[in-house]
Design a protein around this ligand. Sequence first.
Ligand SMILES: NC(=O)c1ccc[n+]([C@@H]2O[C@H](COP(=O)([O-])OP(=O)(O)OC[C@H]3O[C@@H](n4cnc5c(N)ncnc54)[C@H](OP(=O)(O)O)[C@@H]3O)[C@@H](O)[C@H]2O)c1
Length: 267
Amino acid sequence: MELGLKGRNAVVTGGTRGIGKAIARALAKEGVNVVLLARSREALERTAEEIRRESGVLALGIPADVKSIKSVKAAAADVVSQLRTIHILVNNAGGPIRRVDRQIEWPDSDWIDDINMKIVGMLRCVQAFLPHLSRDGTGRVINISGIAGVGVLSGALTHGFNNSAMNHVTNYLAADLADDKIAVNTVIPGLIATEWRELWADNLARQQGKTKAEFLSETCRNWGIVAGRWGTMEEVADSVVFLASDRARYITGAQLSVDGGFGVNKR
Ligand SMILES: NC(=O)c1ccc[n+]([C@@H]2O[C@H](COP(=O)([O-])OP(=O)(O)OC[C@H]3O[C@@H](n4cnc5c(N)ncnc54)[C@H](OP(=O)(O)O)[C@@H]3O)[C@@H](O)[C@H]2O)c1
């Protein structure tokens, strides 16, 4: 399928590993120039180089901490000085739950830090890149939320409210940016085999005296993942590529679940 993405420019926050890296690689394979934002300079350089070698597109790694508006604005100025127009902004920066203890007992500084990172971080990125997003119908904001925002996962209080807030903000921005012809959508990943999730499954399987396959199969049953397996990072990335493309030009304010059927609510 011709997606019409060749030569466009994308910014992917948290693009150095996990789902963000898979999204950047998938866009690059469609001929999109990609800018990765994350904190680790070393990972940014390594990942950008990997993508350049793999796809031959322009791939830049620009250090930015989404918790700081100063840092995000400096990164946006740097990106724009090199690329002028941005067509696709993917708000993906996030990560694992910080600790496994009961979240209602956390100090509020931990709650606020998690909100500051994911949901306010996403707002900062939208604000900083908005003046530079294309307004000819190719502009896209794609937010990566997660199933903790649509169902209750124990131990995922802050992830839950970040992701449900992100789903709401997607609809808000879809309306707000409609006159600028910028489409805003959410992709909602389920249980995805990222690098840290692989370690999580290895550790829990070992602790429970099970094989990893047994542990994952039981987890999918308990979580109501009707596909019976976890998802790959590439399966999430494919959905983002579609939403970024001309083929999705009439889609805005949508929530696309990539969760193996978690959302059908079979428990
Ligand atoms: N893995 C899953 O099963 C799953 C399921 C549902 C939803 N999600 C969502 O998908 C997104 C990606 O998750 P993931 O599992 O792929 O995460 P991950 O592997 O931990 O990668 C996180 C990325 O975000 C960057 N990052 C972290 N803090 C940042 C900050 N303050 N400023 C800028 N960049 C920052 C990291 O780089 P640096 O550390 O160098 O900054 C890294 O590139 C998250 O929003 C997560 O909530 C994941």
